[in-house]
Write a new protein. Structure first.
Ligand code: UD1
Length: 336
């Protein structure tokens, strides 16, 4: 058992990871400013886990607050999610992204160093591989960025690598997510984007609930089996489990790692629409529109390193992802 600080622990991936860590026997303290999380997430986490949740409402840029948490909570390790994550918005507001994502990480690392806590799992993204079309991307693929968001993830990874290289007491886990989707099996927590979602699965979910009319498929002339974009979708509960394995490995071995968290399986936009239609019981309407600027044809993980280093293997299928998403969003509609 360890005591873990989870920054951004009320968000989409953070809340699922909270439950994974609690299930694995850890004690978890959440720090979240709730700018992109619902106020009722803590009480939902309490309902699911049957245990009271310790939640600090505040910002990862607030050094005094971090110092207080480390002084009060006897933290052994940190899982750091708190960050901004919309690629398009980052192009409009690069300074906000650099301030929150890079500044937040640096503030956290300084507070950790001062408190003598030197174990951290960092939320990174396949976006660090930039504009690549290679099949099944390995971790040693060169990093490059195509947006300020990508820049902040590469900068964060680089800072962590340098800290770990300079001082062997630091243990750093860098996790590069492919496309996290789906919701918790309880259907009490899930992704909840406001307005019109940018990402495919939340958009499809809103078509399934009737909030949006039809899916726009961004291009059908890619060099893929059916011409639509291919991605490596991973169930958020599998992803959450990857964080538990990463943290346990860091605490057991003290060895840092950087790994992909994906399934290694590519699904096209039409595959996802078909699977979601089956999950919700009706053929969801779509139309083919122009390609979205900046999209690449195919992004899938080479998942071998996560298996070798962490024993990680994604368990859930695309059907599981769609069914759990539908259970979550249809439950939300029913409760309105
Ligand atoms: C995006 C981000 C990535 C982030 C990930 C989170 C960009 C350029 N990349 O990846 O950094 O880590 O989300 O999950 O924004 N599509 C449609 N119609 C839609 C929406 C998407 O056809 O309404 C297609 C896209 O062209 C793509 C696939 O669906 O082929 C997946 O798109 P999306 O869910 O936005 O994820 P990514 O672009 O892979």
């Amino acid at each position: 058992m360890a005591r873990i600080l989870l920054t951004g622990g009320a968000g989409y991936i953070g809340s699922h990871t909270y439950l994974g860590l609690v299930e694995a026997g850890h004690e978890v303290v959440i720090l979240d400013n709730f700018t992109n999380a619902r106020d009722d997430v803590p009480e939902r986490l309490e309902r699911i886990s049957g245990r009271p949740a310790t939640v600090y409402r505040g910002d990862v840029l607030d050094r005094a607050l971090l110092d207080r948490i480390f002084a009060d909570q006897a933290i052994d390790g940190v899982v750091h999610f708190a960050a901004l994550k919309a690629v398009g918005e980052s192009v409009q507001k690069p300074l906000d992204y650099i301030h929150t994502n890079v500044g937040g990480l640096l503030t956290l690392l300084a507070a950790m160093e001062a408190a003598g806590v030197r174990c951290i799992v960092f939320s990174s993204s396949a976006t660090v591989y930039g504009d690549t079309d290679i099949q099944r991307i390995p971790e040693d693929h060169p990093r490059s960025h195509t947006s300020p968001y990508g820049y902040t993830k590469i900068t964060g990874e680089t800072a962590l690598e340098q800290v770990a290289a300079a001082d062997a007491r630091w243990a750093v886990g860098i996790l590069r997510y492919f496309n996290p989707v789906g919701a918790h099996r309880s259907a009490l927590i899930g992704e909840d984007p406001g307005d019109i979602p940018n990402n495919l699965m939340p958009y499809i979910a809103k078509v399934a609930t009737g909030e949006l009319r039809r899916i726009n498929v961004f291009g059908d002339d890619y060099n893929t089996p059916d011409g639509t974009g291919v991605r490596d979708y991973i169930h958020v509960e599998d992803l959450a489990h990857g964080h538990v394995l990463s943290l346990n490995a860091l605490m057991e071995t003290g060895e840092s790692h950087a790994v992909n968290l994906g399934t290694g399986i590519g699904s096209s936009v039409l595959d996802v629409i078909r699977a979601y239609s089956a999950a919700c019981g009706r053929d969801l309407p779509y139309r083919i529109v122009a390609r979205r600027q900046g999209d690449v044809s195919s992004v899938t993980a080479l998942p071998d390193k996560a298996r070798a280093v962490l024993g990680f293997e994604a368990q859930k299928t695309l059907d599981d992802m769609c069914r759990s998403s539908w259970a979550w969003v249809s439950g939300q509609i029913a409760n309105r």
